[in-house]
Design a protein around this ligand. Structure first.
Ligand code: ATP
Ligand code: MG
Length: 447
């Protein structure tokens, strides 16, 4: 089970994608494990243990968001990543902070719903097959004048149905079309779709539920598509939504994680100008982080034990520029290191999704075999470091721009060069990039 990963295992998983940044990986790994430990405490003690929220501090492009993204894939807990700068103070146009918890709840509901859908998959598939056969071969009706079916008729019908079933299972009916019905609730009046309005419309639809008129749409679909739809419908019918909601709310409250990216963008304690609203957002965030009850359409959700991981570059603002109450709620601070040549070499080659591997695979689709000699990788890392030093340090993001520039020509000509094998060496890298890298002006624009 994913939720029983030890800190060491979590770090190991993160290592597959993120190079270095060990302190940050350790901090999030410990925080996750602490959730698991807390679940095992007696109830009275469990309620006392508050999550220890984390702030990740580090320059741009060094892996903060990447750690969060990989963590999200790793844990099965409800996980939401959101930019703090998206929020504006209560009363202003924009998203209000409560939507964090509403969105997190929505994610929790989906996780649990999918799990339960998987459990009923077999049953749903069987039911869907019957319905599909009904569509392919409508049930017999007694002939005019009589009100019963003869045994013969019934037997024959049954036989045909079983023959069809056989053919269907062998995929022989995949090209046939059937007519399916789908029901859809319609709003009796039009609401203009505006930012935020969509959510209101969705909520209204949910609330009015059965009161809304149902529109039945008929359309033709190929057998495999129809089957997929029917399985989905049957699964939905089999799932007990009350159970889903109960389980999901429990999971959100007990193991939900919110990743608040770009938190430095709402730091600042000046009392005039745009900072007033930044401070306002911080004040709005405070109750959620401290623990409060948020109303969602599935019911109230307590946030006391939701884990918050914040991240920011803190170039201008410092964590100490956050309002004290909020600072106090993020007791764990980890700094990420800025990246140099040695890390760049590893980032280029080691991760499962390493940039070099991506480029080789992409050009492989054009039947071009691309190789990078070790000295070429070193040269690329070197140039990236230089440009970062000379212009602006954008961390590993620099590797993206440099690689694109490097491969620009090969990439353009690729379709005409099928079957060719190309080795990139350091001379080629220098030829393509040195002039640009040497000129500060040029690199500002191009790299
Ligand atoms: N340590 C690392 N290991 C592997 N790849 C990295 C690392 N750091 C950054 N990258 C790559 O660089 C890109 C940018 O990284 P990321 O989004 O994590 O930056 P960030 O630290 O969140 O920066 P910002 O403060 O600007 O949001 C990503 O595509 C990621 O793959
Ligand atoms: Mg980021």
């Amino acid at each position: 089970m994913k939720d029983t990963l030890t800190p060491r295992q979590i770090v190991h998983e993160l290592d597959k994608y993120v190079i270095g940044q060990n302190k940050a990986k350790r901090a999030v790994a410990i925080a996750l494990r602490n959730r698991w430990r807390r679940q095992r405490l007696p109830e009275d003690l469990r309620d006392e243990v508050m999550p220890k929220n984390i702030i990740m501090i580090g320059p741009t492009g060094v892996g903060k968001t990447e750690i969060a993204r990989r963590l999200a894939k790793l844990v099965q807990a409800p996980f939401l990543k959101i930019e703090a700068s998206k929020f504006t103070e209560v009363g202003y146009v924009g998203r209000d902070v409560d939507s964090i918890i509403r969105d997190l709840t929505e994610i929790g509901i989906n996780i649990v719903k999918n799990e339960m859908a998987e459990q009923v998959q077999g049953k749903a598939a069987a039911l869907a097959e019957e319905r599909l056969l009904d569509l392919l071969l409508p049930p017999l009706r007694p002939a005019a004048g009589s009100d019963v079916l003869t045994e013969d008729q019934q037997e024959q019908h049954k036989g045909t149905r079983e023959k069809l079933r056989q053919q269907f299972r062998e995929g022989k009916l995949d090209d046939r079309s059937v007519e399916i019905e789908s029901k859809e609730k319609v709003m009796p009046f039009g609401i203009i779709s505006n930012v935020g309005m969509e959510e209101i419309e969705m909520n209204l639809k949910d609330m009015l539920g059965g009161l809304l008129p149902e529109k039945t749409k008929r359309r033709k679909a190929k057998v495999p598509d129809a089957l997929r739809l029917l399985v989905q419908e049957e699964a939905t019918k089999l799932i007990d939504m009350d159970k889903v909601v109960k389980e999901a709310l429990q999971r959100v409250e007990q193991s939900g994680i919110v990743f608040l990216d770009e938190i430095d963008k709402i730091a600042g304690r000046e009392t005039h100008g745009p900072d007033v609203s930044r401070q306002g957002v911080q004040r709005d965030l405070l109750p959620i982080v401290e623990g409060s009850t948020i109303t969602t359409k599935y019911g109230p959700v307590r946030t006391d034990h939701v884990l918050f991981i914040a991240a920011g570059a803190f170039h201008v603002a410092k964590p100490s520029d956050l309002i004290p109450e909020l600072q106090g709620r993020f007791p764990i601070r980890v700094e990420l290191d800025s990246l140099g040549k040695a890390e760049f070499i590893r980032i280029l080659t080691e991760p499962k999704n390493a940039l070099i591997k991506q480029q080789i695979a992409l050009l492989g689709t054009e039947e071009i075999t691309l190789h990078f000699s070790p000295d070429s990788i070193e040269e690329i890392a070197d140039i990236a470091t230089q440009v970062n030093e000379r212009t602006e340090n954008i961390g590993a993001r620099r590797l993206h721009t440099i690689l694109e520039r490097l491969l620009d020509e090969i990439s353009f000509d690729a379709p005409e060069k099928k079957g060719v094998e190309i080795t990139i060496n350091s001379a080629y890298v220098r030829e393509r990039l040195s002039d640009i890298a040497r000129s500060e002006d040029l690199s500002r624009y191009i790299l």
